[in-house]
Design a protein. Sequence first.
Length: 316
Amino acid sequence: MRVVPEGQLVFGMQLPVQAQSEMFVADWERTAGPDELIGIVRKADETGFFYVGVCDHVAIPEDRTAAMGTTWYDTIATLGLIAGCTTRVRLLSHVWVPAYRHPLVSAKAFATLDHLSKGRVIIGVGAGHVVNEFASLGVDYHRRGALLDEAIEAIDVALREQSASFTGPTWSFADVSVGPRPVQQPRPPIWVGGSTPAAIKRAAIHSDGWLPQGTPRRDLPGQIAELRRHREAAGITEPLDIGTICETCYVGQPQWDVGAGVITGDASRIAESFNEFGTMGVDQLQVRFKARSCDELLDQMEAFGTDVAPLLKESA
């Protein structure tokens, strides 16, 4: 079940503030909070962003705090706040780690969120990667792929069926309901994150969309071809939504050093660069912005939605 309108090249963003990894946090985010977060999601709602994404970590181990920081907002609580502040932008978990919870807990959370947001949820899921976070939660890290596959199947059943039953190697349930029922039927879309061979195969066979993680632009066509081969081999004919994480951009000519690898310039230059993804078969772009303050980020979002977005062409 596709959620991106056929032929369109839409754009979304991972929210700042809610995830403050030392690998990407901007200085202004460290003192930001709900007021800034609400301002950002309202701007996304106003300027045509297709989704806003919120990460998922439960407990950061001490040995990872130097790189990952300690501030990671709860996914569902944050998306619930966003739902109440917006009317049209979709709510993406990017990405939820189902192995951390019983599938009924995940299904209940997303069913409720979809109900309260009037059908705006996208369930982005992934296998997880922090070894000691799994250990702290009593989950076997080495089974994370198998647990994800099983959880996707169980969540799918629980969301589709009013009285759901499932039997798997790890989790089982019989004749239960996780109401309220989601607005999107038969369930909200499920997108799988990751760029490993296993993640690509999982996305091809068990999901409605793919969220690559860290795939360089040059490698994307090959991975999309691999995705489609797996889907064809499984006999699945329905199209799926294909995403990418774009290079960081700055709309206009910055009067400060934005660093290497940032795409800058007028709207036509940025659109030309991002339209290359559309020719590869990408349907949704996750855009990232350079900004020294929340106000500058809001200005960048406005410029992208007003000036760049109308120049984005249809996907291949």
